[in-house]
Design a protein around this ligand. Structure first.
Ligand code: FEO
Length: 172
């Protein structure tokens, strides 16, 4: 059995990951409305990945005898003036998620819960990648996104993102 506090934090993280999916779909809605279908697609894929993260945590809890419960998913409330705004908001959000994962990891470490630490290792690495992706996007947007041809090329590049499902099924 998992420690109650670790189980509660992971259960809450399921909600946070589903919120991330909701937030990134909201970004995709904005970009679709702006005619930037590549940006919209990139965030649609990101939303699918966030759902996978939620499912991985849900499965880990179930496999460890925890009754998973769901709370409400908050309404995304960001407003955007410029095309770069969702990218900045996404970077901030990923830094926040990293802090949440680190917090659970710290507790698992304190409890000598090596199984949960090993489970979370994947997420620690993933957060590093997600923060880097977000930072790279901001850099590219600053370099190319304020010129029509540059923005077009960036939109094409983001349109090429392919969704690769994470392992979300029962543990083997
Ligand atoms: Fe599930 Fe973007 O972290």
């Amino acid at each position: 059995m998992l420690n109650d506090k670790i189980a509660a934090l992971l259960n809450d993280q399921v909600n946070k990951e589903l919120y991330s999916a909701y937030l990134y779909l909201d970004f995709a809605n904005y970009y679709a409305d702006e005619g930037l279908d590549g940006f919209a697609h990139w965030y649609e894929v990101q939303a699918q990945e966030e759902r996978d993260h939620a499912m991985m945590m849900r499965r880990y809890l179930i496999d460890n005898g925890v009754r998973v419960t769901f709370g409400e998913i908050a309404k995304p409330d960001k407003t955007f003036k410029e095309h770069i705004d969702p990218l900045n908001a996404g970077y901030e959000h990923e830094q926040y998620v990293t802090s949440l994962i680190n917090n659970i990891y710290s507790l698992a470490f304190a409890q000598k819960d090596f199984k949960t630490m090993q489970f979370l290792d994947w997420f620690i690495k993933e957060q590093g990648e997600e923060e880097k992706n977000a930072e790279d996007q901001i850099k590219k947007m600053k370099m190319f996104g304020y010129d029509a041809k540059g923005l077009y090329a960036l939109n094409q590049e983001l349109a090429a993102r392919v969704y690769t499902p994470s392992a979300t099924g029962p543990a083997m």
